[in-house]
Design a protein around this ligand. Structure first.
Ligand code: ZN
Length: 278
């Protein structure tokens, strides 16, 4: 082996030892945008050239969500996740699917007779895509970030919110848990599964409803930050004092889209920093 080659190889090994690969690689940040879509969810995840959209707000949020995707010059999403059937999660997903190139559309085994759901399915079909049902333990990558599916474990819940797809995204030593509208029942199943639920950032379940974010679930997640996607003056009284109390007791710093507008989190693989719209 020539000296120059040996030198380069040693230098490479040396750098790989000091810097973990996710931090060392180019485009080595993970960007998350918790969009202020009022009483609804929409979270954009970008890592390098790769992007994932978790939920797309209400039907009326179409313009805002598309503008957001355009702002980042996104023409392709590796995947979209419609967490469950309710309008405040898949409202504008049809427009997103029609406008952009999408790799995989994840959706639970759940159905509805609403126009919103029909529009969503029609958009999926119009792009020759299909709905992919994820199962706990399924894994895929968003660039250098690794995602694992935690829920739903079943397809026969009484509460439609418990069908919510829950995913845990790992980037370096920072972890993000997105719970859709999953409530106590799904939380119990995730705890019983024995999977690692710990996260740096928790997207709080069901807009801060009283029937999500149980104390035991929060103890297992042990979030440093908790984000509540919620609309000002919503008719459900979200976020509830009960959920806020449990979050406070967990020690998490709570951010809310109704108070802070769109929230941006950036991870360098070691720490998470925040920018708030207001
Ligand atoms: Zn919801």
């Amino acid at each position: 082996m020539q000296f120059a080659q040996l030198f380069l190889r040693s230098a490479f090994l040396f750098l790989a030892l000091i810097f973990p690969p996710t931090v060392w690689a180019e485009n080595s940040t993970l960007l998350l945008r918790f969009l202020d879509v009022g009483q609804a969810d929409s979270i954009l995840v970008i890592q390098g050239e790769h992007a994932l959209l978790i939920d797309a707000g209400n039907n009326a949020d179409q313009k805002m969500v598309l503008a957001e995707l355009e702002q980042f010059r996104l023409t392709r999403l590796d995947a979209v996740i419609g967490t469950h059937v309710h309008e405040d999660h898949i409202g504008a997903m049809d427009a997103v699917i029609k406008k952009l190139s999408v790799g995989t559309v994840y959706f639970p085994r759940q159905t509805a007779t609403t126009k919103t759901f029909k529009d969503f399915v029609t958009a999926v079909k119009s792009k020759d895509l299909k709905l992919t049902v994820p199962h706990p333990g399924d894994k895929f990558d968003v660039g250098l970030a690794h995602l694992e599916v935690l829920a739903p474990a079943r397809a026969d819940y009484d509460d439609p919110n418990d069908f919510s797809i829950v995913v845990r995204l790992v980037f370096g030593s920072t972890v993000f848990l997105f719970t859709g509208d999953a409530s106590f029942e799904s939380e119990r199943e995730m705890l019983a599964s024995g999977r690692d639920l710990s996260a740096t950032v928790l997207k709080v379940g069901h807009h801060g409803s009283a029937t999500a974010s149980s104390a035991t679930f929060l103890a297992a997640v042990h979030p440093k930050f908790a984000v509540i996607c919620v609309g000002t003056g919503n008719k459900y009284g979200h976020p509830t004092a009960a959920a806020l109390g449990r979050l406070e007791a967990s020690g998490a710093v709570v951010y809310r889209t109704d108070q802070h507008g769109t929230l941006e989190a950036t991870s360098d693989g070691a720490t998470v920093s925040w920018r708030m719209q207001k």
